[in-house]
Design a binder for this molecule. Structure first.
Ligand code: ADP
Ligand code: MG
Length: 729
């Protein structure tokens, strides 16, 4: 019987690119085709309803049911013209991905027939059965009521025959059961706090929004090879596999030509994304073989989060259409780069000012410095929590583990900003006063307006880097819901800005003039948050030591890092910013620990199975071949010569035995460790046991399996190898 591996490899090689026909219209014409955007709202809604809805979207006005009824009527008309027959509330539970429950527009017409119906009530609120989604114990199952509630700030869209309605998902008693509800609260908090600070500089500012531009990295693997790897199929990553002789050492994949099959996939994906209103901008190869990236133009944070969730769904679907599987796992392959999702974050005002971009006048410069410094204050104060916001069983392989940046949050600002901050920090009050009058402060600092924040100054090793007009949070994992990181960042910055304003106001009431009051507080803050600023190599060993000395959070164990959500400083921050209550945080942590445990549990099971049912039998079979050969050689030659000829094979036979016995014994130890952990009731304790006593076996056993892969005859090895998974086109 032919080896399955050879069959699937051959199949993968034979595949041709699936040609995608681009729409006849230009992208600018089909952009947002399936989205009920502003233009369609205007077309399908009565003018007064349109205006009321805009007021809801732009100013958070209250939406009453009569308005919702009319909005629903307009949406239904558009959706039915587009061929939709169903609608669903689309939400982001605390599992991965999104959830939906489809209902037909159909309803009895009380005359024995049916009619298409969709009203305001259906638009505004539904009750999916919440009992099957994780709640961390907020809802006991007998009270399995969760509501999904329409989020008017993210437009509805159509996929296939279904009208998709973005919603928040909350328990009957009001607690968030999703990512979106707290995200929206964090956006309201940062809006309020940042607007108040902006008004020092420009009283006209009414609102501040957070922006997010994500860069989604991913791997593509040929589908036939993927299904021949149970570990990829069941855990999203390869649990074993020796390095390919060639991987990324040549750096030839990055920005290289995009292979044909992949190019068609990307084209297909982008067309669909554009039609769904996702403004795709760049696509390119990433550092590792078969690794790619897609980034849209940034959007308002809540919308950008929804678009990213939608894109991840589209990626999986489209990859399969092209005979690929899309891997969003942070570390699908050992020894080569993992995948992240850089989150470019900034604040901007309703009158179009980017608050993290250098301004033209001294006052604008001061505002810019204020927002940079207070962002650093937030990241400094909550560096452990910010790390917790991106930590997961999958992302831990990218951060803090082997061949990965350390699990320490620091911020890079570049030499120009550093110089400015140092100047403010060291200049004396008198010196600053001498620089300007009360309303026309002149900072003796390099002319910020002239700053060309150049890209050469970029530090690729920093997890949180200032990049000209935004901060780029790079530690976010490729499979994550960006909302997890964004809601913590928004809330932390809201808190920092609120504290800043309180102190500046106090100085002003004490008689200080405004610019000097601001400078005084900034100087204090620049000193306070200094430990978070790090311009050096974040991957170096010295940095780990230095970070510890600076008092930054250096914990590397995922389940322990999750504790940071329950620090008093975190609880105070979330509660005072009205983002989450303590018991919500506790419930969510239960889910995080539970999820961590389940992931490792599944990996350990799959791994044990593969080791015992694939690897050991194959290695033993090859060992028998060698033993046969040794026997035959002994029959043909005299003892002295046979001994000489058999020496190499006998040593191989021994090596195989050493590896297989290690594997067999250690798999049993891993199973025993699991049994011990499974008996533990406390979710946190259990997750810690899985982390400390189960997960390490995966690595130690893998070492021996990967050695066997090098020894066993290629034809016998059943699992597709790295060189095949990574270089097939
Ligand atoms: P990189 O060099 O890191 O790949 P890109 O130029 O590709 O950076 O931009 C990455 C992302 O940052 C894009 O989504 C882009 O729209 C976004 N971005 C640019 N400016 C801002 C900003 N002020 N706020 C938020 N995101 C931004
Ligand atoms: Mg980037």
């Amino acid at each position: 019987m032919a080896n399955l591996r050879f069959i699937v490899v051959e199949e993968a090689f034979k595949k041709q690119a699936l040609e995608v026909k681009a729409p006849e219209e230009r992208p600018s014409e089909y952009f947002g085709k399936y989205v009920f955007n502003q233009e369609k709202m205007f077309k399908y809604l009565p003018t007064d309803i349109y205006q009321k809805l805009r007021d809801v979207i732009e100013n958070g006005a209250f939406l009453d049911l009569s308005v919702a009824d009319q909005v629903a009527a307009g949406m239904k008309k558009w959706a039915m013209e587009m061929g939709a027959t169903h609608c669903t509330h689309w939400f982001q539970p605390l599992t991965e991905g999104t959830a939906e429950k489809h209902d037909a527009f159909l309803e009895h017409d009380h005359k024995g027939g049916v009619i298409e119906n969709f009203n305001g009530k259906q638009l505004v609120q539904q009750e999916p059965d919440a009992s099957s989604f994780p709640s961390g114990g907020i809802r006991s199952t007998f009270e399995a009521r969760g509501y999904s509630a329409w989020d008017p700030s993210s437009p509805v869209f159509i996929i296939g025959d279904t009208l998709m309605i973005p919603t928040v998902f909350i328990a009957y008693t009001g607690e968030a059961l999703d990512y979106k509800a707290p995200l929206k609260k964090s956006l309201a908090a940062v809006d309020k706090a940042a607007t108040a600070v902006c008004q020092y500089f420009d009283p006209e500012v009414r609102h501040v929004q957070a922006n997010l531009g994500w860069e989604q990295e991913y791997f593509l693997v040929d589908e036939s090879l993927y299904v021949a790897r149970p570990d990829l199929l069941l855990t999203g990553r390869t649990l074993m596999g020796h390095d390919s002789a060639k991987n990324q050492q040549m750096d030839d994949h990055y920005f290289g030509a995009i292979p044909g099959r992949v190019a068609e996939f990307m084209k297909d994906l982008e067309i669909q994304a554009l039609e769904l209103g996702i403004p795709c901008k760049t696509r390119h190869n990433e550092v590792a073989p078969n690794q790619f990236e897609l980034a849209p133009i940034y959007e308002e944070c809540n919308l950008a989060v929804d678009q990213n969730m939608l894109l991840m769904t589209l990626m999986h679907k489209t990859a399969r259409k092209h005979g690929f599987r899309c891997l969003l796992h942070e570390k699908p392959f050992k020894g080569i780069n993992g995948s992240g999702k850089h989150c470019n974050w900034s604040l901007s005002t309703n009158n179009g000012i980017l608050l993290h971009a250098p301004g033209k006048t001294p006052a604008e410069s001061l505002r810019f410095i204020t927002f940079v410094v207070e962002t650093l204050m937030a990241v400094h104060k909550h560096n452990g929590l910010i790390k917790a916001s991106i930590m997961s069983a999958t992302n831990q392989h990218r951060l803090g583990a082997n061949e990965a940046p350390p699990a320490i949050i620091s911020a890079f600002v570049g030499s120009q900003i550093t110089e400015v901050l140092n100047k403010i920090e060291t200049s004396a009050d008198a010196e600053l006063s001498a620089m300007g009058g009360s309303h026309n402060i002149k900072l003796d600092i390099p002319q910020i307006p002239d700053l060309r924040i150049d890209n050469t100054d970029r530090n690729r090793t920093s997890p949180f880097a200032f990049t000209g007009n935004r901060f780029e949070f790079r530690a976010v994992g490729s499979s994550a819901n960006c909302a997890s990181a964004m809601l913590v960042l928004n809330a932390a910055v809201a808190e920092a800005l609120t504290n800043f304003k309180r102190r500046v106001d106090a100085l002003i009431s004490g008689g200080e003039d405004k610019p000097h009051a601001i400078l005084k507080v900034l100087r204090e803050d620049i000193k306070t948050c200094k430990p978070i600023r790090f311009e050096g190599n974040g991957y170096s060993e010295e940095w780990k030591r230095e970070a510890k000395a600076r008092g930054l959070d250096c914990e590397t164990s995922c389940p322990v890092i999750i504790d940071r959500y329950l620090d008093q400083s975190s609880i105070d921050m979330f509660e005072s910013m009205h983002v989450m209550k303590e018991y919500e945080l506790r419930a969510r942590n239960e889910i995080k620990w539970e999820t961590f445990t389940k992931k490792i549990q599944i990996e350990a099971r799959v791994f044990g199975d593969l080791a015992m049912n694939h690897i050991i039998p194959v290695a033993t079979r090859y060992q028998s071949v060698l033993i046969d050969n040794v026997k035959k050689v002994s029959q043909v030659f005299d003892k002295e010569e046979a001994d000489k000829l058999n020496a190499d094979n006998i040593s191989l036979i021994r090596r195989i035995s050493r590896h297989t016995s290690y594997i067999t014994e250690t798999v049993q130890k891993m199973i025993d460790a699991r049994k011990v952990a499974n008996k533990v009731e406390n979710t946190r304790q259990k997750a810690i046991l899985y982390h400390d006593t189960v997960a390490p076996y995966l690595e130690s056993i893998r070492y021996h399996i990967d050695k066997l892969e090098l020894i066993v005859e290629d034809e016998m090895w059943t699992l597709p190898k790295y060189r095949e998974l990574l270089f097939i086109r």
